[in-house]
Design a protein around this ligand. Structure first.
Ligand code: FES
Length: 571
């Protein structure tokens, strides 16, 4: 196969002319024949003024380039889409697949022998890993890294677990506008990704676990010099992979997917990460089964004591030895022979990890943060295709609960009525939001963390059972049932719930039931009017609505699933 500048030449029927033309143009940027004769490492630059989680990307790109050149290859930086959680309408999830397509096709279109993927904010590492699997060009993932923390009134703040906690206090009237403004100034004190175990941190841990990034990549703070050295090392490693490839198809395997499922439970990771991991695995033909994931969680406790399930922040996990400290504790459950882009097996990487005596962030099996895995899969007549709850960060007393449904038909309905003094709701009720799934919203917003109705919040209610076909931020907490599948807009049973119906959540039994007679549900299904499908006359929205899959398939586009999908299962 052609390498370097000879890869993917324009097709004029004369390859020598195509190369002549390509070199003529690129020489306009000052490259010499010596440079153009080297192996090429592409660097995906996701800097954007709209993405503070990627604010350090220019420095990371410079460091990666240094590493590539020190190793004798030619670095070539190129832009891709950049997605930030707060600047992606209608939702960042809606754009994840677009970023995956963009990244994949740019890897394929340009003459790169290996690529370094610099991402960080929630959807970006998932999109890049989906792309890397489909393109199957050697790739090293470089997360931008987590923010450092700041304090307010002596109390440590973390984006965005504490964004929600402090906003809930403001809604409840416990603090005033001046204080919430002060908190707003301090929640995100440095560049980088949210520093709790939210989706960004979880996906960085999954990338490192699966061997797609170098050791330490998940936890080094964004603004530490150590991260620049990691970027330089990643560039050098990518240059080595350009001539001695370890392709994503050798890294994303049933063994590494299982390792990721174990780690997802043990770190108290984000619910979103299961969707992303499912999508990444699916592109490699590997089907993640929800029940298998749940079964793994019964044997894997939460060991990493980070918010929102625990107490600490990513900088503390890094000080405690980084992800490898957790991997070492989990070693008996991991496939240690799984290859990594470092050229070493996962077991060898763990063996070289730092051991920090006396650290308390990564707990031993005998003293876990939570006795079982962080996430549980629920099934029942309300979620025949499954639903997810992060029971490690829920209110224990609500994990088994029966309550009266208070139903919101859409995000607009929720916004219009949740704070109405006339809303018929008590703390024992179950808040239901529907038509907020992949198709219904569209884009499956992080709306599953429904706000506590103001009149209850003002009486001190902190948590209620909440059920939806939406997602929730990985930084959020509470007794929140998410990803109900199939979603209401695809005719799921959520569309049949009426105000006043009783709903039973039994997390230990992994059950979610609508307590309505089957014949009544059949009768309702014949008469229920589904919300009209979101209008999508043209463009990306039309593509998205027509082809996005449900949460249990990773919300990828159906046409991205390879013919081999399902041929392999996690080991
Ligand atoms: Fe980017 Fe949290 S908003 S990681």
């Amino acid at each position: 196969m052609a390498t370097g500048m000879r890869r993917g030449l324009a097709q004029y029927g004369d390859a020598a002319f195509s190369l002549f033309l390509r070199k003529a143009f690129i020489k306009a940027m000052g490259y010499s024949d010596d440079a153009l004769g080297r192996p090429i490492v592409g660097i995906a630059n996701t800097y954007s003024d709209f993405n503070p989680c990627h604010a350090t990307v220019p420095q990371l790109v410079a460091a990666v380039k240094r590493g590539v050149m020190l190793a004798g290859a030619l670095p070539m930086e190129f832009p891709t889409i950049s997605i930030h959680e707060s600047f992606a309408w209608p939702t960042s999830m809606y754009l994840r697949n677009l970023m995956a397509l963009d990244t994949e096709e740019m890897i394929r279109a340009q003459p790169v022998d290996a690529v370094v993927l610099i991402g960080g904010c929630d959807k970006t590492i998932p999109a890049q890993m989906m792309a890397m699997v489909s393109a199957d060009v050697p790739a090293v993932v470089v997360p931008t890294g987590p923010m450092l923390t700041r304090t307010h009134g002596g109390e440590r703040l973390g984006a965005c677990t504490d964004c929600r906690r402090w906003w809930a206090r403001f809604r409840a009237g416990e603090i005033d506008a001046t204080e919430i403004d002060a908190v707003n100034e301090r929640l995100a004190p440095t560049a980088g990704t949210c520093m709790v175990m939210g989706t960004a941190s979880t996906m960085a841990c999954i990338a490192e676990t699966m061997g797609a990034s170098l050791p330490g990549a998940a936890t080094i703070p964004a603004v530490h010099a150590e991260r620049l050295r990691l970027a330089e090392a990643s560039g050098a490693r990518a240059a080595a992979l350009a001539t001695a490839p370890i392709k994503p198809s050798a890294v994303i395997t049933p063994a590494s997917v299982t390792n990721a499922l174990v780690v997802l439970h043990a770190i108290g990771g984000s619910t979103n990460a299961l969707i992303h991991l499912t999508a990444i695995a699916a592109r490699a033909g590997i089907a993640v089964d929800l029940d298998r994931f749940d079964a793994i969680g019964r044997d894997v406790p939460v060991l990493v004591d980070l918010k929102p399930s625990g107490q600490h922040y990513m900088e503390h996990l890094h000080e405690a030895g980084g992800l490898s400290a957790a991997l070492r504790e989990l070693a008996p459950l991991l496939h240690l022979d799984a290859p990594t882009v470092s050229g070493r097996t996962l077991g060898e990487v763990i063996a070289e990890g730092e051991i920090v005596a006396g650290q308390t962030v990564v707990r031993p099996f005998a003293n876990p943060v939570f006795a079982s895995g962080g996430l549980a899969v629920l099934r029942g007549n309300l979620a025949p295709g499954g639903a997810l709850i992060k029971h490690a960060s829920a209110t224990p007393a609500l994990l088994t609960h029966t309550g009266r449904a208070v139903v919101f038909d859409s995000l607009a309905d929720l916004a219009a009525r949740i704070d109405s003094p006339d809303l018929d709701v008590t703390a024992d009720d179950v808040l239901v939001l529907r038509n907020a799934g992949p198709v219904g919203a569209p884009g499956m917003p992080e709306a599953g963390y429904l706000p506590i109705p103001r009149k209850l919040a003002q009486r001190g209610v902190k948590d209620m059972v909440r059920i939806s076909d939406a997602r929730m931020s990985g930084t959020a907490f509470g007794t929140v049932v998410l990803h109900v599948t199939p979603e209401a807009a695809r005719g799921g049973p959520l569309s049949l719930v009426r105000d006043g119906d009783m709903i039973r959540l039994d997390t230990p039994a992994r059950s979610l039931e609508l307590c309505v007679a089957p014949e009544e549900l059949v009768r309702r299904s014949e008469t229920v009017k589904h919300a009209p499908a979101p209008s999508a006359p043209s463009g990306y929205r039309r593509l998205y609505v027509a082809h996005v899959t449900q949460a249990d398939r990773g919300c990828d586009f159906d046409f991205m699933l390879p013919e081999t999908f399902g041929a392999r299962a996690p080991l």
